[in-house]
Design a protein around this ligand. Sequence first.
Ligand SMILES: [Zn+2]
Length: 456
Amino acid sequence: MNTDRKSPPVDAKSQTVSQGVRNPELRQAVEEIVPKLMYPLENMKGAVEGAEAVGLDQRATLGSGWPWLSRVVLLITDRRLLELSVRPMGRRLEGRVRTFPWSAVTTISYSRRRLQLTARNGRTIEWEVRLPLSQAVLDRIRNSAARLGEPFGSRVCNRCGSAAFSGGRVCSGCGAWVVDPREVASYGWTTPGAGLWMTRHPTLGMGRLFLELTAALGFGMVVLVSGSAPVLAAAVLSAAILLTLIKLESVRIARLVAARSGVGLRWSKQLWERLRTPSVVLFAVLLAAPLFFAGSMNTRISADLDFVVSDQLWSPAPEKNSENDPGIRSAWSHRDGWTVTVTAEALEPFTNFEDTYTWIERNPGDGFERAPIGDFETYMVVDPASTAGLPEGTTSLELHVLDRTGRDVHTLAAQSPAAAVSVRISEIKNLLRHAIWIDPREGDRDRGLPEVLRSQ
Ligand SMILES: [Zn+2]
């Protein structure tokens, strides 16, 4: 097959090519491949750059890559039309060569820069080009063309010029591995960008890898800051949908690019085969890992404590220092003239209640106590040691209410003369028995007090 193709006289051909291909790099690539493709008595009639025609629906869809993934050079000879796929930047050949013998063509139509060939078997092919020849000339060429055995649209090896590999994965002329679109596309599901690297499109491959990594990391961030089960479920569901769409798109682009490739690099194929399993595992770990730390970085307070007080013992109090402490959510005055301030804060990222409060449980001495009060899990801290800034003989009291769902700690704090500690502790516990959860209001942390309490 290969042996009957000898270099034709170059002069006329390269002149025709140089008229039709403007980019010098691309022109050189075309001039280099032409001698491999042409039959001895075959004559070049014209060369032109164009694009495979795609429908409007395909153009509108992301991923058709039109026109960058549709570029071609068409070579018109007296025996056939040869189509060479061109890379997106238009400087090099992509690899695939297809042949359309005039003897197999029944109709040529050209209007509005669309060239359409129809074959005897009904197949059609369409390009968007500015033809260098009139349709009348093209029809004359077709009518007088010698018969060729090559099937309409069949492929020709871009390395050796053999037409003997159609359908197979290896060129029977030179033994080169031929890129198989289905095989390449399957990497779209498993290894981000691999199909594109394999077909020598590293920039596109990096783009896909970056996109999929960004999506996975974005999903991880949402999981880490998610404050509740519904938010987490929504994050997982949208990530599943988004990732499926991205993967479908990756598969589609890989298939599109692979279909336009010619012979491939064996080492590249083998390398990616070896990397397939590790990449699947890595990506699965990347997606699953944040789930184990769900909500760890949630720093928003998910609920506030409010107190239903009706016995005149407690009343809402303006807190003097609230402007200096944005953590203060409310303050409550006891009838006897002392105040309980309620603060709230989210747990630090990647910490949990067990670690944070273990020290309290390990030191069950004076003033430390863990006990449920009503529906609330609480830790009591009475700390005579922390007297900094307090009047002589005064002790600080703290009662922590753990909100495990929201990963928040709510603290009821007060001061007490040493003699009154046990009375005030029971009063605070009594206050907590009237507690309910309410929605935290946006901006309250800056203002110190909920508006409804300020007005009183
Ligand atoms: Zn070959």
